[in-house]
Design a protein around this ligand. Structure first.
Ligand SMILES: Cc1ncc(COP(=O)(O)O)c(C=O)c1O
Length: 347
């Protein structure tokens, strides 16, 4: 085992030497006092790329979503979101605690929401009901397998929410993966929501960070909420420099992560002990439904082959491709996964 092949998530990437050099050389200031030039540069770059008026650097995707929800809503209002959304399942209940909103959940099909179902859930404020203030979407959809919401669905939802005065926030932690998969500019997806967040620390390969984009007035209010949550950072230009480097150098290469996920799925299809749920991965994730408990598969792959994969349920294993993974790693990982899954069948 020369080195581990880490497919647990696209968050595990290490900054490249070039990215580290950009970070080391970053000009910095105190961003809470709003005078870090590198943060300004990243924020302007992100806003321009997404076709929004302004942007705000955030420590994490979780804080970006929490700040967006709190900025869009008032306590006691309601937000609509997928029952499998990251904000619903993996953000420690922050819509309820930080924004004090109710969550009204819809189910999507392979990560793609149904506009009819969503429209049917909308509440106008009455003496009895909470007002629906926000629709939160996730593209790509993590739990559904890195699936992509088509632009046409985004457009219908935007239109329906506009008619009802409901804001739309997009959790675009993997927005660039979605844009590459749909073969559109990220701004075309971003245009279908009032606010959008994307992560620097996933497919873009940065150590830290996320950027929230939207109208200037929204971002000014969001800055205050970020401060309230303790997300004001000082010489954070050192982190923003990684983001600038990534936006300049790591966007086009995302297509190779998708090709590697396709290569992995193709190599896994048809072997015993599991079913490949994402036979044709939409982006950079491969999900397997395993006969053996997922935790057992994960342990075996790690200890016998140095291949790290994650669990997304009792019998669901997830592998995610990223910057530090090449086609050779994929072939080794596929052999390892096949071997450890077959073991349970023959046992
Ligand atoms: C869809 C989605 N949204 C938000 C996040 C949160 O990002 P962070 O880990 O930076 O808080 C994640 C992280 O995996 C994610 O997959």
């Amino acid at each position: 085992m020369d080195r581990l092949i880490d497919l647990r998530s696209d968050t595990v990437t290490r900054p490249t030497p070039e990215m580290r050099a950009a970070m080391a050389n970053a000009e910095v200031g105190d961003d809470v006092l709003d005078d870090d030039p590198t943060i300004h540069q990243l924020q302007e770059m992100a806003a321009a790329l997404l076709g929004k008026e302004a942007a705000l650097f955030m420590p994490s995707g979780t804080m970006s979503n929490a700040v967006a929800i709190k900025t869009h809503t008032l306590p006691g209002q309601e937000i609509l979101l997928d029952s499998d959304a990251h904000s619903m399942l993996y953000e420690a209940g922050n819509p309820a605690t930080l924004a004090a909103v109710l969550t009204r959940q819809f189910r999507s099909s392979a990560g793609v929401p149904s506009p009819d179902e969503i429209v049917g859930l909308v509440h106008a404020e009455t003496l009895h009901s909470p007002k629906t203030a926000l629709l939160l979407l996730e593209n790509t959809h993590n739990r559904a397998g890195g699936t992509v919401i088509p632009l046409s669905v985004h457009r219908v939802l935007r239109d329906e929410m506009d008619k009802r005065g409901i804001a739309v926030h997009l959790d675009g932690a993997r927005l660039f993966n979605a844009a590459v998969a749909l073969n559109v500019r990220p701004s075309e997806i971003a245009a279908q929501s009032d606010s959008v967040t994307f992560c620097l620390s996933k497919g873009l390969g940065c150590p830290v960070g996320s950027v929230l984009c939207g109208r200037r007035e929204f971002i000014e209010r969001a800055r205050r909420v970020r401060k309230m949550l303790g997300g004001g950072m000082r010489q954070a230009g050192i982190l923003a420099a990684a983001g600038i480097y990534a936006l300049e150098h790591h966007v086009d290469r995302i297509a190779s992560d998708h090709a590697n996920a396709t290569r992995l799925a193709a190599a896994l299809i048809g072997s015993p002990g599991y079913v490949v749920e994402t036979e044709r991965p939409a982006t950079n994730m491969v999900y397997l439904r395993t006969s053996e408990r997922a935790s057992v598969i994960v342990e075996r792959a790690k200890h016998r082959f140095g291949v790290l994969v994650g669990t997304m349920g009792d019998h669901v294993v997830r592998a995610v491709t990223h910057l530090d993974i090449g086609p050779g790693d994929i072939d080794l990982a596929a052999n390892a996964i096949r071997a450890v899954c077959a073991e349970s069948v023959s046992a």
